[in-house]
Design a protein around this ligand. Structure first.
Ligand SMILES: [Zn+2]
Length: 423
């Protein structure tokens, strides 16, 4: 279906900053154009008065399958959360369970305006199956761990390549996702770098998330996690680094020089007691900073609006500086910057030829009224419930708060069964 979307307020980027303007958008064959349809072309007119039409939010780091463990291991220290809370459940879950828990996460994302996620998962074929069936855009990486990619790490690596071969499409892309410097050897990280270049895949890892990771790395390797990763050849402009909370010495300069992008996960870092990443310093250095929720076991939502709000508020509070990290830079980080990190200029923006990944935000929602500053309201006032409709690649996946591609009752039924059995 093609659409003429008229009467709305449209968020675009001018000279690197988000601005709003009143214009008509045409969605043709999944892409945005500003050229009206020719006579005889079939389309539906969408009346969008009092709606903000903006690029869908891009969640640059998450583990969607973790919805099962939402509020399951709360208020415990990070190491205990990971090794005694999350991992024992992950170990006993059947692979197929992750299909339903991922669909649950996608439901939440559609309803809160996310049209693309970057996933690190551990259940073969489930994240791409769930995203494909829901019509979600995703960049998916099978989590990799081990000493050597071709021996103990091989089964996971081969699954990563199998998923790419089976599922890659316009909307599904595949990346290589070694878990972290403490679960992957430097050799494996070097091997992943070579394979990523060979297969032209992006790579993502967790980096410098906790103080323990930093102090262990300094003790074991005599380097910071950033220095260690640099020395494996992992860092370049096709690298996405999640967290980067514990930055020391030249760490930010090293990341800047490499061209890698950082994903900040402010709620997860706060909840697990890992601290606050130096995002203002990252921005000042000119590092491309994006936004992610991390998984729901550590956040505990996939709601990017809450993430944007917390990013702004927590940094202002911590820096005692109300000018720290302006709200327009956060809106850009959650959309446009993600497209730079993903090397995909057709998402994260509303412009001629871009993919129609759009969300319609209700400007008449009480929480946004009376629209004194639409851009800042997305950070300071919105909670996600204002998202009226969500479109991915030119197709409505949620319209007027109704999910169109996911059977909500079926997902709840299956997730309840799984929770009863394995939690
Ligand atoms: Zn993570």
């Amino acid at each position: 279906m093609n659409y003429k979307i008229e009467g709305g307020t449209v968020l675009t980027f001018a000279e690197g900053r988000p601005v709003t303007e009143d214009k008509t958008i045409y969605v043709k064959d999944g892409n945005i154009t500003f050229t009206p349809f020719s006579e005889g072309e079939m389309y539906e007119t969408v009346h969008a008065a009092r709606k903000l039409i903006m690029p869908g939010l891009i969640n640059m780091h998450t583990h969607v399958y973790m919805t099962l463990m939402r509020n399951y291991a709360d208020d415990v220290p990070f190491q205990e959360w990971l090794f005694n809370g999350v991992m024992p459940v992950e170990d006993k879950l059947p692979v197929e369970a992750a299909y339903w828990t991922t669909q649950l996460g996608i439901m939440e994302m559609f309803l809160t305006g996310t049209t693309c996620y970057v996933d690190m998962h551990m259940y073969h074929r489930q994240s791409p199956s769930a995203a494909r069936d829901a019509g979600m855009r995703a960049y998916i990486g099978r989590g990799l761990v081990g000493e050597d990619l071709y021996t103990d790490g091989y089964s996971r690596f081969s699954q990563a390549l199998e998923e790419k071969a089976e599922f890659e499409s316009d909307t599904l892309k595949f990346i290589l996702s070694p878990h972290a410097i403490y679960s992957c050897s430097p050799r494996l990280l070097s091997q992943v770098s070579e394979e990523a270049d060979k297969h032209q895949m992006l790579r993502q890892t967790h980096l410098s998330e906790s103080v323990t990771e930093l102090t262990d790395c300094l003790k074991n390797h005599g380097k910071t996690p950033v220095e260690l990763l640099r020395d494996t050849g992992f860092l370049n402009d096709r690298t996405i680094l999640a967290h980067c909370v514990q930055m020391q010495g030249d760490d930010l300069d090293i990341i800047k020089a490499s061209g890698a992008s950082i994903v900040t996960n402010v709620a997860s870092n706060a909840k697990l007691g890992n601290g606050i990443a130096p995002v203002a310093a990252m921005q000042e250095k000119g590092i491309n900073v994006c936004v992610g929720t991390d998984g729901t076991a550590s956040n505990n939502t996939l709601n990017m609006f809450r993430e944007m709000g917390l990013l702004s508020l927590m940094h202002k509070a911590a820096a005692r500086d109300c000018l720290s990290i302006p709200s327009d830079s956060i809106v850009k980080a959650a959309t446009y910057n993600a497209s730079l990190a993903l090397h995909n200029p057709s998402i994260g923006r509303i412009e001629e030829g871009a993919a129609a990944d759009l969300i319609f935000v209700d400007l008449d929602a009480p929480s946004l009224y009376p629209n004194n500053n639409i851009i800042s309201s997305l950070c300071y006032s919105a909670n996600g419930s204002e998202v009226d409709s969500t479109m991915v690649n030119g197709k409505f996946v949620m319209r007027k708060r109704e999910l169109l591609t996911i059977d909500k009752e079926k997902v709840y039924f299956e997730v309840n069964k799984i929770a009863e059995k394995y939690l």
